[in-house]
Design a protein around this ligand. Sequence first.
Ligand code: ATP
Length: 367
Amino acid sequence: MSTVYLTEITKQFGSVTAVKNLDLTIQEGEFFTFLGPSGCGKTTTLRMIAGFYYPTTGKVKFNERDMTKVAPEKRNTGMVFQNYALFPHMTVFENVAFGLKVRKLKKSVIKEKVTDVLKKVRLDQFIDRQVSQLSGGQQQRVALARALVIEPDILLLDEPLSNLDARLRDEMRTEILRLQREYGITMVYVTHDQVEALSMSDRIAVFNTGECQQVGTPTEIYNEPVNDFVAKFIGETNLLPVTFEKDVDDQSVYYSETMGDSFYVNKTDLNIARHQEVDQLSISIRPEVIHISEGIIEGKNVYQGKVSLVQFTGEAVHTYVKINETVTIKATDLNRGPKTYLKEGSQVNVYIPEDQVRIVPQSGSDQ
Ligand code: ATP
């Protein structure tokens, strides 16, 4: 097992800066995820850990060893690709045994190791089947087994589940987590799927245009985004530009021009992200914290609006409330039965709890 240190990493491809000034430590035994939109530098970073790319500047270290310019086959990392990269005309056994044969292990040892790992990924009954005759999920398990069998210090996975349907993806998430716990291996996982990242990771690094925006546990990233990009990328949110108005006791008041109204926000680190005085700010309001009622709601942060759309998704109900011509707020509630659904067109009061919103700087606004 290894701790991975990335220090001041920049990777240029000609004039394109794929990764910029990245500092990151991935702890031994951690399930660490790179999350971000397409083209933000996730794969490039993963490939620099694997050794397929060398950084333009900066250092890659595994524990105390400088690996910056070490060839991939000398790093003892395993890699699982989105397209599996299996040999379709070989059997499951031959695919999984490949890396061990390259390492020139004895036949009997190879047999034992392959059988063992195939049991772990629950494919032992398919050992002699050709890979082309397996389902997508089974092929993904072969790819996992092939990467695990060499007993890597670090397992790198590049969007390994994106070719699978939703149900299989769900099953494989659990499977990968089980294997990670069983092997106690350091895993670095690339995805643009936030549900995958939130539900699997010990920690997540959120990337945007080559820069790491935030590193944290899933709950930190979701509840305490450092800027509007992270707030918007992870989960759903209502984001409105605001300006600081004044402090009132233990709360701060922010004015939203588009709402034509103010928000009271608790003056805590949980509710107000760190920012500079010059930063442009937004308020991030998660749909699930909003209360809507046809009756009167007493207190601060209560706004009137009209229900413009009610969207039923099975387990949840989304209610869109039009506050004025430019602002429509989305609220989400768990499905509590037809009697609780609001009618489109009805006048409602919207309450936004002062302790459950977050003021965030707009990303790049201080540059
Ligand atoms: P995706 O989710 O689409 O795979 P990503 O976040 O993994 O995206 P990267 O593949 O790391 O993004 O790419 C980051 C940037 O670097 C992109 O602008 C991409 O076009 C560019 N890039 C990546 N590899 C190369 C290359 N070999 N040559 C030139 N540019 C590249």
